[in-house]
Design a protein. Structure first.
Length: 159
């Protein structure tokens, strides 16, 4: 599937390319950004290149979130199967609390349901990541008790 560029009121979302590796390295070198992710903060730019290459080979998509050409975060889908996908996202600390992530996720959720024809979108969140849990709830996701464990909570949004 081809993943288009998406424009929101304030953001330009486009698939990450190797040209973004330096900016992605800076972004994922911040421990505040990676704190609740399944990666450690990056130590060398090659790690950013590896992440971009992994997403390029995956059946999903990772969009970079840009304001006037500056990378401020990423969002997208992976683990696509059976009309379902897992959604992931991250945002530079300087942009927290300003509605950028909600704006981005609303756009990709719309794309996921209406273009990709997903029936369900999932999000795995560390149990103590209150900001992310609050965002998912504001977007209409519901807690999936059947998949939760001591460390992670699962939230789902169905069409």
């Amino acid at each position: 599937m081809e993943y288009p560029e998406i424009r929101t009121k304030r953001l330009h979302l486009r698939e990450l390319t190797l040209d973004d590796s330096a900016a992605l390295f800076v972004h994922f070198s911040d421990p505040d950004v990676t704190r609740f992710m399944d990666i450690d903060e990056l130590a060398v730019e090659q790690e950013a290149i590896n992440i971009i290459n992994w997403h390029a080979k995956d059946s999903g998509c990772r969009w970079g979130m840009f304001i006037e050409g500056k990378l401020i975060g990423t969002c997208g889908y992976h683990r696509l199967q059976n009309n379902q996908a897992e959604m992931g996202y991250d945002l530079a600390k300087a942009y927290w609390g300003q509605g950028y992530m909600k704006e981005s996720l609303e756009a990709i959720i719309d794309f996921g349901f209406n273009t990709m024809q997903l029936g369900m979108i999932e999000a795995e969140v560390e149990s103590d990541n209150a900001r992310s849990i609050g965002l998912l709830k504001r977007l209409g996701f519901v807690y999936d008790l059947s998949r939760a464990d001591e460390e992670f909570d699962w939230y789902v949004l169905s069409r």
